[in-house]
Write a protein that binds this ligand. Structure first.
Ligand SMILES: [Zn+2]
Length: 269
């Protein structure tokens, strides 16, 4: 699934644009509180007044999580091809991928690598919602599976930050099989007795929730993050996960607790 290397490098040469979602805001768009100089916003993209969690790019997530200068990225230039020559009324899939690459500075919607957290070596990965809604196509599935395989091989724990609308429909069946592939990689890691921590950011839905997003040993959800599949016939949190509140969430999905800072659910075997 590698594109021509020259074409890819051309995409990344030149001034790097900051992802739109991480362009600093001056006021909170929910409570109108000024965010100027607010430490919680500067450091964590959280409103100090109402506690709203704003979107964070994949690279910012990883920088927040890991020890300084400890991150070594893996498979950075793995990029999607256009297996179906897909196009709809909004334009060709290939154009959307190129636009997302320019917008985010990423080759696809996930960043993976090896790092240290509190001195502990880990494999870490983060999805980027600004890249086509964090959708899982061939490249996201491959990089996530490779991340779990690397962690299994090196006997390391893994931390994955999910934020996604689900499978990338423009790649058709190739996207759907990523659910089975990532789930199998998670299972092999789990059978090796190694821990997997998922951080579910807003939103974690569709095929990402229904595969590696919901298979962790420990899941930590952002406050108010929309988590689930889609529609009343979709995937429900099963009995191995603690059911959370669902006041305003669509049927079949739920929102994590608020104002409790973090919610945990643990898999039992
Ligand atoms: Zn606010």
């Amino acid at each position: 699934m590698m594109k021509n290397l020259t074409e890819l490098l051309t995409t990344f040469i030149g001034p790097r644009r900051e992802p739109d979602s991480t362009t600093p805001l001056t006021t909170c768009n929910r409570c109108q509180q000024s965010l100027a100089g607010a430490e919680s916003y500067q450091r964590f993209r959280v409103c100090p007044n109402c506690g709203r969690h704003f979107a964070i790019s994949a690279r910012e997530r990883i920088t927040m999580l890991v020890d300084a200068a400890s991150f070594r990225e893996t498979n950075r230039f793995l990029a999607s091809v256009d297996p179906l020559s897909f196009s709809d009324r909004t334009g060709p899939y290939a154009d959307k991928v190129s636009e997302a690459q320019r917008k985010t500075g990423l080759a696809d919607a996930v960043v993976t690598g090896v790092a240290r957290i509190g001195g502990q070596r880990v494999v870490v990965g983060a999805l980027d919602f600004d890249f086509m809604g964090g959708s899982m196509g061939s490249v996201v599935g491959e990089k996530v599976a490779l991340g779990f395989e690397l962690a299994t091989r090196r006997r390391l724990p893994i931390v994955m930050v999910a934020t996604s609308g689900g499978a990338r429909m423009q790649e058709g069946m190739l996207s759907l099989v990523q659910m089975a592939k990532t789930a199998a990689a998670v299972q092999r890691h789990h059978q090796s007795g190694l821990p997997y921590i998922a951080i579910l950011a807003h939103p974690t839905t569709g095929g990402v929730f229904a595969s590696f997003g919901s298979l962790s040993d420990i899941a930590i959800a952002e406050p108010e993050a929309l988590i689930g599949f889609a529609g009343s016939s979709g995937v429900y949190p099963s009995d191995h996960m603690l059911m959370l509140t669902s006041n305003q969430a669509p049927a079949g999905s739920f929102r994590s607790f608020h104002p409790v800072p973090y919610s945990f659910h643990v898999r039992h075997n």
